[in-house]
Design a protein around this ligand. Structure first.
Ligand code: ATP
Length: 571
C-alpha cells in the first residue's frame, strides 16, 4: 500500500490520511472487489476517497454530483493540483466539449475524473460517450456524491438520482462508491437498494462533533435582535481571525441583517442570487480571504466552500429539515477548533415554512392525483427540526438519534447540557407569549369580493372587509395561513392580505413555468423566491395601484422572472 501513501503525497501533498476511516475507505476502493458506502461528516475528506483511487486506476472515474456549481469547484481544485479532471455539462462551450469528447474517444484517454450531473448522465446526448467508455472497459469506478439525493426520505431528493440504478446495469463489474454526509438508517437502505450496491463495505463516522456548541435563542423573546446577534458574533470571533456564516431564508433578510451588523460595527456582506454574479463572487472572495468576517447568505452558499476557520454558523431562519441543519451548521469548525452553531428560532418563521411545505405537498398530490406515503417526508423532517428547537434535551443527542447513532458524550457542548434551567425558562417564556397572543382560532374570513376588487380593496365595502381581515391578522402572533411577509403591515392602504396572497400565487406560478426544467431548482425554493419578490414589490410600492402594476409588470411576457434578473432569492 506504499503507492497509496505515495500518491497521497505526490498528488495531494498530504503526509497522512485524515482519519482511519478515510484510509480504510481508500484501500477498500483501490482493492476494487466490493462496492463501498462512505458516510462521513462535512469536511471529513470524502472526496479524496474516490479521487485518490481514480489516480491509481488505469481508466476513468465517473463522478455523479448534483450541482454544476459544486462540480465546477471540485474540477477547479483538482486542476490546481494538475489532476486531469473535467465535467461535461450544459454550460460547457461547444469547443471545450468537443476537446473532452475527443480525449474520451482515444485509446487511452488522459482524463482521470469525469464529473456529470445525474440529468446529464441520463440525457440522450451523453449516451454514446458513456456506452463508448463502457464497451472499451474504460470506467474504473462509479462515484455517487451526495448519495442521499437518491432517497425520497432524504432531505434533497432528486428523481434523476433514481436512474443511476439502471446505469449500474450498463456498467456491470464497475465498483460503485456512494458518499454522503447525512444518512439516517432509512436513507442508507434506499441508497443501497437504488444504487444496487452489492454487499457494500461501509465506512461511517458518527455524526457527533464535540467541537461544535449548539444553542437555540427564541427570536420573539429578544427585544433587540440585531444587538443580540452582534454580541454573539463578537464573542464567537473573540478577536481571532476567524469568520462566520449567517443563513437567512430570503434575499431581503440577507440584505437587512448584513446592513444592521455593519452599522453595529461588524463588517458583513450579503450573498444571494439577486446580486449580480460579480458582486456575489466579490462577497465570497472577500469572505474567503478574511477581508469580510461575516457573510449573510441564503442556503445555496456553502456547498463546496471549503474554509477551515468558520467560528460560527447562525441560522437566522429555520432550516427545512434537521438533516439540512446538520449539514449547514457543520460548516463551522472544520479545523476541529471550538465553534458555535446557533438557531434564532421564530414561531412566525416556523409557520411560514410549514405553510410552504404543505402547499408544495398539496401541489404534488394534485398533479399526481393521489397521495403517497413519502409525501409526508418533508413535513416529518421539518418537524424534527422544530422539535430540535423546542425540546428540552441535549441537542447533540437529538442529532445523533436522528442519524441512528448512539447518544454521544456532549460534555456541555450544547445549551441544554450546559444550563438546562435556562433552556426551560426560555421555553416557558415562549409558551407564555404564545398563549397571550395565540395561534389562529377562527377560520379565515371569506369576503364577497373577487381578486381584482380586493386588490383595489373593493371600494368602501371592500375596505371594511379588509380592515376586519387585517384586524384578524394583527391579532395573531403567527398565522400558518398568512405566509406573506409583513402581513400585519397596514403601510399600503386598501391592499389586502388576501390580494397579496393571490399575487404571491401568480408570481409563484410564473416562476414555476420559467424554471420548470432547471435542474437545481426545488419547488420550495421557488415558493420562497415568490414570497421574497412579492415582499420586495410590497416594500417598494407606495399604493395598491403601484403594487398591482409592479406585479403585473413581473408577470408580463417580456419580463423574465427568474433568479438571473435579480428578482429574488436563490434557486
Ligand atoms: N488526508 C488529508 N489530509 C489533510 N487534508 C485533507 C485530507 N483529505 C482531505 N483533506 C482536505 O479536507 C478538506 C475537506 O475535504 P472534502 O471537501 O473532500 O470534504 P467532504 O467530506 O467531501 O465535505 P462535504 O461534505 O462538504 O463535501 C479539503 O480541503 C481536503 O483537501
Amino acid at each position: 500500500m506504499t503507492s497509496i501513501h505515495g500518491a497521497l503525497k505526490t498528488h495531494f501533498g498530504f503526509d497522512r490520511f485524515r482519519s482511519q476511516q478515510q484510509e480504510d475507505a481508500v484501500k477498500a476502493i483501490v482493492k476494487g472487489d466490493q462496492d463501498v458506502f462512505v458516510c462521513m461528516p462535512t469536511g471529513a475528506g470524502k472526496s479524496l476517497c474516490y479521487q485518490l483511487p481514480a489516480l491509481l486506476a488505469s481508466g476513468i472515474t465517473l463522478v455523479i454530483s448534483p450541482l454544476i456549481a459544486l462540480i465546477q469547484d471540485q474540477v477547479e481544485q483538482l486542476r490546481s493540483r494538475n489532476i486531469p479532471a473535467c465535467s461535461i455539462n450544459s454550460k460547457l462551450p461547444p469547443r471545450e466539449r468537443g476537446l473532452i469528447l475527443a480525449d474520451l474517444q482515444c485509446e487511452s484517454p488522459r482524463l482521470k475524473l469525469l464529473y456529470v450531473t445525474p440529468e446529464m448522465l441520463s440525457s440522450a446526448s451523453f449516451q454514446p460517450c458513456l456506452s463508448g467508455l463502457s464497451s472499451r472497459g474504460l470506467v474504473s469506478y462509479l462515484a455517487v456524491d451526495e448519495a442521499h439525493c437518491v432517497s425520497q426520505w432524504g432531505h434533497d431528493f432528486r428523481p434523476d438520482y433514481l436512474k443511476l440504478g439502471e446505469l449500474r446495469g450498463l456498467l456491470s463489474g464497475v465498483p460503485c462508491l456512494a458518499l454522503t454526509a447525512t444518512a439516517p438508517a432509512r436513507v442508507r437502505e434506499d441508497i443501497c437498494r437504488a444504487l444496487r450496491l452489492r454487499s457494500p463495505l461501509s465506512f461511517s463516522t458518527p455524526v457527533f462533533r464535540s467541537n461544535l456548541h449548539y444553542d437555540i435563542i427564541y427570536r420573539e423573546l429578544v427585544p433587540d435582535q440585531y444587538g443580540h446577534l452582534h454580541t454573539f458574533i463578537v464573542k464567537a470571533l473573540g478577536g481571532s481571525s476567524g469568520c462566520g456564516i449567517i443563513y437567512c431564508r430570503t434575499r431581503h433578510s440577507c440584505e437587512e441583517v448584513a446592513h444592521q451588523l455593519t452599522l453595529l460595527g461588524v463588517l458583513a456582506k450579503p450573498y444571494h442570487a439577486g446580486l449580480k454574479a460579480a458582486d456575489r463572487t466579490d462577497a465570497q472572495n472577500d469572505w474567503m480571504q478574511g477581508k469580510v468576517p461575516v457573510i449573510v447568505a441564503t442556503i445555496s452558499f456553502g456547498m463546496g466552500v471549503d474554509k477551515a476557520n468558520v467560528r460560527f454558523v447562525v441560522h437566522w431562519n429555520l432550516a427545512k429539515s434537521l438533516a439540512s441543519y446538520y449539514q449547514e451548521s457543520g460548516r463551522a469548525g472544520r479545523d476541529g477548533l471550538p465553534s458555535l452553531c446557533r438557531v434564532y428560532y421564530s414561531v412566525q418563521d416556523q409557520n411560514q415554512i410549514r405553510f410552504l411545505i404543505q402547499k408544495e405537498v398539496a401541489r404534488t398530490q394534485e398533479k399526481r392525483g393521489s397521495e403517497k406515503e413519502h409525501d409526508k417526508v418533508a413535513m416529518v423532517d421539518f418537524e424534527a427540526m422544530v422539535a430540535f428547537c423546542e425540546q428540552e434535551g441535549c441537542r447533540h443527542a437529538t442529532i445523533s438519534k436522528y442519524f441512528g447513532d448512539q447518544k454521544p458524550n456532549c460534555a456541555g457542548a450544547c445549551d441544554f447540557c450546559r444550563d438546562p434551567k435556562a433552556v426551560r425558562a426560555q421555553l416557558e417564556a415562549a409558551n407564555r407569549l404564545s398563549t397571550t397572543t395565540g395561534p389562529a382560532q377562527s377560520k379565515e374570513p371569506r369576503g364577497p369580493f373577487g381578486f381584482d376588487a380586493e386588490l383595489y380593496a373593493g371600494g368602501r365595502k371592500g375596505y371594511g372587509f379588509e380592515r376586519k381581515y387585517h384586524a384578524h391578522c394583527i391579532s395573531l402572533l403567527a398565522d400558518a395561513d398568512c405566509p406573506i411577509l409583513e402581513a400585519r403591515s397596514q403601510r399600503i392602504p386598501k391592499l389586502t392580505v388576501k390580494a397579496r396572497e393571490h399575487c404571491f400565487s401568480l408570481l409563484e406560478s410564473a416562476l414555476k413555468s420559467h424554471q420548470g426544467g432547471a435542474a437545481d431548482t426545488a419547488s420550495s425554493d421557488v415558493q420562497s423566491l415568490a414570497l421574497d419578490i412579492e415582499h420586495e414589490i410590497f416594500r417598494a410600492s407606495k399604493s395598491a395601484n403601484l403594487y398591482k402594476a409592479a406585479v403585473n409588470y413581473c408577470l408580463s411576457p417580456g419580463f423574465r422572472l427568474d433568479c438571473g434578473n435579480g428578482a429574488g432569492r436563490d434557486c
